[in-house]
Design a protein around this ligand. Structure first.
Ligand SMILES: Nc1ncnc2c1ncn2[C@@H]1O[C@H](COP(=O)(O)OP(=O)(O)OP(=O)(O)O)[C@@H](O)[C@H]1O
Ligand SMILES: [Mg+2]
Length: 115
């Protein structure tokens, strides 16, 4: 049993390290009527090409939903990268997320970040 658990654990760690989403809708816990309707709505919009904004208190499962949506979409084989925007200074967030041209600022070398 210990080996089986360790195997699952290592697999999850590998997925996270490789930018993979591990949560799927069937792993989301919650039975209340409102919660179930949110799950159903998220399933419905999963394959949209639109941007999805998920709001909620800290620890309420925003990333769990983001991962489940990713895994239910046609992008499931692409990388899933969670970015903690609060940890990136506001004047750097643009270049961190969208990349930059060589020479855009001191030390900006060729090699645009590309997810
Ligand atoms: N509905 C849920 N079903 C299963 N696990 C959940 C659920 N909600 C939260 N969790 C668990 O709680 C942890 C924290 O959730 P998550 O990271 O999605 O929160 P968050 O809303 O993104 O928080 P933060 O705002 O702090 O980033 C998850 O790793 C997951 O293990
Ligand atoms: Mg989060």
């Amino acid at each position: 049993m210990k080996n089986a658990n360790e195997k699952v654990y290592r697999k999850s760690v590998r997925k996270i390290a490789q930018g993979r989403a591990i949560y799927t809708f069937d792993k989301i816990i919650g039975k209340s009527k409102n919660f179930v309707s949110i799950i159903e709505y998220a399933k419905k919009i999963a394959d949209s090409t639109s941007t999805v904004l998920i709001t909620g208190e800290s620890g309420t499962g925003k990333e769990v939903f983001a991962q489940a949506i990713h895994n239910a979409s046609s992008r499931r084989d692409k990388v899933f990268i969670a970015v903690n925007c609060g940890a990136i200074p506001s004047n750097l967030i643009e270049s961190e997320l969208l990349g930059y041209e060589e020479g855009a600022f001191t030390g900006a070398k060729k090699g645009w970040k590309c997810w």
